[in-house]
Write a protein that binds this ligand. Structure first.
Ligand code: ATP
Ligand code: MG
Length: 582
């Protein structure tokens, strides 16, 4: 295991004192009950995520504090205080009730990152319904699968996206009403089962008494990314907000004066847990950029809003690396003080690069749709070992278990990454898939499906998804290690590694790569990259074959789909591709 280089834990010489000052002490003293006490709860008892995120601030001196700085992709921008969001979400909750929505009903959103998606998600939670955000780039099959599975009664969408819903409307018996948000006033004639968002909001009252929800009432469902197979609907309850709140405070290190920027879409769990609930339950101002990935726009947003804390994902960081440092030089990014990453393994090279490019390392953290909030993380004050996911969150117990998931393995040994079940934001069911849910719990552990190892000092190192680990000549090789070595080569932008069947070795390693701008495909380049990999990797982990693609197949949330690389390589069925990026 390579621990070097170690990046000393510093937040720009601690310009702001981190919230978590001593990890070991925090582990000793942490209690979820204490976190619960930092929240308000509903008057008369109960807990509601939207109340904690918005209403409680609207009643304090934070009332006029900016909650949302929204930057449209066409250059428009808008700002909303906590009080603005309080009244808007009240109106939306009233509107849902007038449409017959009751506690526990499913209400889905299918729209771009405009302010209304925040109003719709939070308003739905206030009405006691279960909200299901869908990514706006989904096609008809992906939308149909999720609306059918969840039995959603209401969908909130836009004139630009509703055509997709019309295509499948006949196959959605549970769907009663579609709310059309027409922010850009596109000419559109409503169908019989459609209502105008603007109209229902106008006539709805600003006063609303939140439907009483308890800690264990269902709040939000997210379909997983579909990286390893058909997406599953992971359902979270209202007390998940304890996890969002605590991890946003101690891992994202949010402070009252921060301007926070999360690049994830609310269609994915990162975009709700940390694009809505985490920052706002802490009363933090955040910036939302409507558009997709763009190095110059993102840097522009950071400069314009003086962003201090930035949370993004490895694929985006690799794309920023590809865009290069020249573009960074055009912006003043001095406001940044802390940066985090989640979603895929963060290659050590990316951490080292970020220190060179921004003067700050990206702090990797690990979690899943199922876990609801960050579970393993690099904290501001802790030294970073690039390539490591860090250490378990103080309120979380993580372990590496053996093949039967019965015994913990000693440091250094690779096994199944598991979490002691019972943290507040743990998923409570996979919608309609009880057996699958039950199969994930063994002896009080939640088995994550990821392979990892822990070092002597308690840092966790990701090896690969259980399905992706390669068995070659009697050795288990995780794709992450090989991919990380490959992307250290200056020509390689991204890499996806799979095992292909082999008579002698059982499997041999094949790597798919895409190139940085300015490099041409050639046999010499492939040979050179192979030689480079041989210097970096143990002989068994070296790719036998390297193929260059224009880009690698990825999910909409930016994860490399190794199962698709494999299916295509072996001529097998591609399975569920509903989350595949165009
Ligand atoms: P599906 O379960 O449908 O196959 P998915 O697992 O990609 O999709 P998510 O819940 O969005 O769906 O992603 C969680 C997974 O992403 C983790 O189990 C892990 O494999 C990977 N992941 C997330 N963060 C990290 C990280 N920091 N390092 C390594 N892997 C990570
Ligand atoms: Mg998964």
């Amino acid at each position: 295991m390579n621990y070097e280089p170690i990046i000393k834990g510093n937040v720009k010489e601690f310009s702001v004192k981190p919230n978590l000052l001593n990890y070991e002490e925090a582990r000793e003293s942490f209690s979820w009950d204490d976190i619960y006490k930092e929240l308000d709860g509903l008057e008369g008892g109960g807990l509601n995520i939207a109340y904690e995120a918005i209403d409680r601030h609207a009643k304090t001196s934070l009332r006029e504090k900016m909650a949302l700085y929204w930057e449209g992709k066409d250059g428009n921008s808008k700002q909303y205080t906590f009080h603005d969001l309080y009244t808007l979400t009240n109106r939306f909750a009233n509107a849902l009730q007038s449409l017959g929505i009751k506690k526990g009903d499913r209400v889905f959103t299918y729209m771009d990152r405009t302010p209304e998606i925040f109003v719709a998600i939070l308003g739905t939670l206030k009405a006691g319904a279960v909200v299901g955000p869908l990514f706006s780039a989904f096609g008809p099959d992906a939308v149909k699968d999720r609306l059918q599975d969840s039995g959603a009664r209401i969908l909130i969408t836009t004139p630009g996206l509703v055509a997709t819903v019309h295509e499948i409307a006949g196959e959605l018996p549970a769907l009663e009403k579609i709310i059309i948000v027409n922010r850009r006033k596109t000419p559109y004639e409503l169908n019989e089962n459609e209502v105008s968002y603007e109209r229902i909001m106008e006539s709805a009252s600003e006063e609303f008494e939140i439907v009483k929800t308890e800690k264990e009432d269902k709040a939000i469902m997210h379909y997983t990314s579909g990286t390893t197979g058909k997406p599953k609907g992971a359902v979270h309850v209202h007390q998940a907000v304890m996890g969002h709140y605590a991890t946003a405070k101690y891992v994202l290190d949010l402070h009252p004066d921060d301007i926070y920027f999360c690049t994830a879409d609310p269609g994915w769990v990162t975009g709700t847990s940390y694009g809505i609930f985490g920052p706002w339950s802490n009363g933090i101002s955040q910036v939302v950029y409507e558009g997709g990935f763009s190095a110059s726009h993102w840097y522009g947003v950071i400069e314009k809003y003086q962003v201090t804390v930035w949370y993004t994902a490895p694929t985006a960081i690799r794309m920023l690396m590809k865009a290069g440092e020249k573009v960074i030089g055009k912006y003043n990014l001095k406001s940044l003080r802390y940066m985090c990453s989640v979603g895929e393994p963060l290659n050590p090279e990316a951490v080292v690069w970020s220190v060179e490019a921004f003067g700050l390392p990206f702090h990797d953290n690990w979690w899943q749709t199922e876990t609801g909030c960050i579970q393993i993380a690099n904290y501001p004050l802790q030294d970073i070992r690039p390539g490591s996911m860090g250490k378990p969150f103080p309120g979380v117990t993580a372990a590496i278990l053996d093949e039967d998931c019965k015994h913990e393995l000693p440091p250094g040994e690779e096994g199944n990454l598991a979490l002691k079940s019972g943290w507040p934001s743990m998923f409570r069911i996979y919608w309609n898939k009880k057996e699958l849910y039950d199969s994930k719990f063994i002896n009080g552990w939640y088995i994550t499906g990821d392979r990892a190892r822990k070092d002597e000092d308690g840092y966790f190192w990701f090896v690969g998804r259980a399905d992706d680990v390669i068995n070659t000549a009697g050795h288990l090789v995780g794709p992450f290690e090989v991919e990380s070595a490959l992307i250290e080569h200056p020509a390689v932008a991204e890499a996806g590694v799979i095992g292909i069947p082999d008579k002698l070795a059982m499997e041999v390693i094949k790597a798919f790569i895409s190139l940085k701008d300015g490099y041409e495909i050639s046999d010499e380049l492939i040979m050179e990259i192979k030689r480079f990999a041989r210097k970096k990797l143990h002989a068994v982990a070296c790719p036998k074959e390297i193929e260059i693609l224009d880009s690698l197949p990825k999910t909409r949330s930016g994860k490399i789909m190794r199962r698709l690389l494999k299916a295509r390589e072996l001529g097998l069925s591609e399975g569920d591709t509903s989350t595949l990026e165009d």
